[in-house]
Ligand binder design. Structure first.
Ligand SMILES: [Zn+2]
Length: 234
């Protein structure tokens, strides 16, 4: 091997190593998913949306086996555009990179009613192209559903679309309330932006992370439960 080639190879190898080590230095993994149980908090306390978990076989019969019957918008989940649009993409048709990538958590815990374009522009952390934007609010995923949860208002959704974000998420079971024609959902869905709802952001601070929130491969799904995590890394 000539000296120049050797130098080139080692440079490439070194940069690969650097990339690998960048990926490998994980400082913490935050589980931002709701626990699934029959008495978990559900949207508008509508009992029919509670999951049913039944044991179908016991270890003494061969193995522990159970059945989970769950509404796909219960708990931490992601909405596909098909949720609100007749011709919108279904959950199994969306590229997986939409559900993972660099993410920012923005602290809006002081906001009382809704997150607007102005709030997003004035946030101390700047939104960049392809960011997965997670809105941390005063919402709490506790025993009782909060009917006055903080939501993403129409102008906020339009602004996020203009920033070409990859996905958006919020710590309530809905990204909007009391807006005619589900306008926030529609604006995001028309731009193929997945909407994560029911994220538990109570233990994470504003900042930059890597996010994973892969949906189940549900044929023609309008949404799917997800196991959502935030990775803080160097
Ligand atoms: Zn939903």
């Amino acid at each position: 091997m000539s000296k120049t080639l050797r130098t080139k190879v080692s440079r490439v190898f070194l940069s690969m190593l650097e990339n690998c080590s960048n990926l490998l230095i994980i400082l913490a993994i935050f589980d931002i998913s709701m626990e699934i149980s029959e008495d978990m908090v559900i949207y508008k306390n509508r009992k029919e949306k509670s999951p049913k978990i039944s044991v179908t076989r016991r270890l003494e019969e061969g193995a522990n086996e159970s059945k989970l019957d769950i509404f796909v918008h219960t708990g931490s989940h992601v909405d596909a555009p098909y949720h609100v649009l007749e011709n919108g993409k279904k959950i199994d048709e969306m590229p997986l990179d939409r559900f993972m990538g660099k993410a920012i958590v923005i602290d809006f815990t002081k906001v009382k009613e809704s997150i607007t374009k102005k709030d997003l522009i004035n946030s101390s952390i700047k939104i960049q192209k392809y960011d997965i934007v997670l809105l941390k609010t005063k919402n709490q995923l506790e025993k009782d559903f909060d009917f006055n949860f903080v939501y993403l208002e129409k102008t906020g959704a339009e602004y996020l679309v203009s920033k070409k974000i990859k996905a958006v998420g919020i710590d309530s079971l809905g990204i909007e309330r009391n807006q005619p024609n589900h306008i926030t959902h529609n604006i995001l869905a028309e731009n193929s932006i997945p909407i994560f709802e029911g994220l538990d952001l109570s233990k994470v601070k504003q900042g930059k992370y890597f996010f994973h929130g892969l949906p189940l491969k549900i044929m023609n799904g309008d949404a799917s439960p997800v196991r959502a995590v935030l990775v803080s890394h160097r």
